[in-house]
Design a protein around this ligand. Structure first.
Ligand code: PLP
Length: 468
């Protein structure tokens, strides 16, 4: 309270701040520099007015210019930025799902830096089609007759339902009325597609006769939805794709399956439960199949659609296809990602998600041990760092009941708040996202790319180390 008026008078003019060396040489847009200076002075003015008698507020020019420069740096920071995923969850929708392979990134760079043959046939010089870059690959990898690709799997489902069954009924088992998160619920997507939901069976059991009994003259589709993010266990029964296809043929009704995270090869050799592969669904005779590009496939966000030529033609020619179309950067990444799958070993070596999925517990333990040793040295005075056994999950609505055995690094902070530390980590220059468990900070290296380890060490040291 003592000398408000005197202090307020000492506040520097905005112009003086702008001329200070901390701001004068900035190449930032002028409007942002001015804004940072104004906000700094405003903040200081409020502090003076709010200050208690014993508090002093610094109105020194150098200090304020420094604060304005910090504000400016924050303003210049891109909103969307890379983060280090130390959660161990491979496919985190909030963290952008699958990281891409180096080759996929190179291809994006090549295609995006200049012009491309996105819709030009280089042989004929005539108009080409954007699907032409991936349809042969997708057919080769899945055995399907034809393929198309759109913005994401939700879009693929919406488009497929609309193109195949608008104005008609689609029969779905009650046990497969999935909610994926966000606003993707099978009944809602159906309504948005103008398709009437005909729900059959019970939550745990649906029989072939349930489908048969529900078929009427207005039935336009038999739909199967992969229960990608939950499992119904115990006394259960569902109808196989092949049985649905036979029934569909009998009544001349197409059959569609939303595979969710469709896999191109069997993951059981990684010690994971068997998931139906896209090829198996194609072989079963399903007319139209949809799956995500950025779940277990490990590519960019995309909705892949494969199936019978007649069905894919309907998809390609539908007006919604244009509204949901995939862009060239995604297409570039998708083509390269799919090409890795031509060779199984190459896919495992190059696609980051598969590499992380295939990481052996023993290797993860060794890596975590090395990290623990380095971190303990750096945080000797502030934290207890230990190696713990800790499984990770796949996430992204895939393999919900699967835990990947592994190891992690646990930090206990006797004199500091773990929540505060996690917050500081999220606000680091390269933000780090980690989990908190029983008052410990858990760092799972499975999802930390090897090139990020040093950055992670630095970020942890800054956030959890001694404060000066
Ligand atoms: C994830 C998922 C979707 C949505 O896919 P996006 O690519 O996220 O749009 C749809 N259906 C199922 C069964 C899924 O698992």
């Amino acid at each position: 309270m003592k000398n408000h008026v005197a202090l307020l008078k000492q506040l520097p003019a905005i112009d003086r701040l702008l001329q200070h060396s901390a701001l004068a040489h900035s190449t930032a847009p002028h409007c942002l520099i001015v804004e940072a200076a104004q906000e700094t002075v405003d903040h200081c003015r409020r502090s003076i007015l709010d200050a208690k008698a014993e508090q002093t507020v610094c109105v020194d020019l150098d200090t304020l210019a420094g604060q304005a420069a910090t504000r400016l740096t924050e303003k210049l920071r891109a909103s969307l930025c890379r983060v280090i995923n130390a959660t161990g969850t491979l496919l985190h929708t909030n963290l952008g799902r699958a990281p891409l392979s180096d080759e996929a990134l190179d291809n994006i760079d090549q295609v995006a830096r200049g012009y491309s043959n996105l819709e030009l046939n280089l042989t004929t010089g005539k108009r080409g089609h954007r699907y032409s870059h991936i349809d042969e690959l997708l057919c080769r990898l899945t055995g399907a007759e034809a393929a198309a690709v759109v913005n994401n799997n939700a879009g693929a489902v919406l488009l497929s339902l609309t193109a195949l069954a608008k104005g008609k009924e689609a029969i779905v088992s009650r046990g497969e009325l999935v909610e994926i998160g966000g606003a993707f619920r099978v009944p809602d997507v159906m309504e948005a597609s103008g398709v009437q939901l005909c729900e059959i069976g019970t939550t745990n059991k649906t029989h072939l006769k349930d489908y048969r009994q529900a078929i009427n003259e207005n039935t336009g589709l038999l739909l199967k939805v992969h229960t990608s993010n939950y499992r119904i266990v115990g006394f259960t029964e569902s109808v196989s794709a092949a049985q649905m296809v036979d029934l569909g043929k009998e009544h001349k009704i197409p059959v569609m399956e939303d595979l969710g995270s469709g896999m191109l090869f069997d993951l059981s050799e990684f010690g994971l439960p068997r998931e139906p592969t896209v090829r198996e669904a194609v072989d079963a005779g399903i007319d139209l199949l949809t799956f995500s590009g950025d779940k277990l496939l490990g590519g960019p966000q995309a909705g892949l659609i494969v199936g019978k030529k007649w069905a894919i033609d309907k998809i390609r020619n539908h007006p919604l296809a244009r509204a949901l179309r995939i862009d060239k950067l995604t297409l570039a990444a998708l083509e390269t990602t799919l090409s890795h799958y031509l060779d199984r070993q190459q896919a495992i070596d190059k696609v980051p998600v598969l590499r992380m999925l295939n990481m052996k517990a023993e290797d993860l333990k060794q890596r975590s041990e090395g990290f623990t040793a380095q971190l303990s040295k750096r945080l000797a005075d502030t934290a207890r760092v230990e190696l713990i056994e800790e499984p990770s999950c796949v996430g992204g609505g895939a393999l919900p009941t699967t835990e990947l055995a592994g190891w992690a690094v646990a930090l206990t902070l006797p004199a500091a708040s773990v929540d505060q530390c996690a917050t500081t980590l999220r606000q680091a220059e390269i933000p780090v996202v980690a989990r908190i468990q029983e008052d410990r900070l858990i760092i799972n290296l499975r999802t930390v790319l090897p090139a990020q380890e040093t950055l992670l060490l630095d970020a942890l040291t800054a956030a959890c180390g001694p404060k000066n």
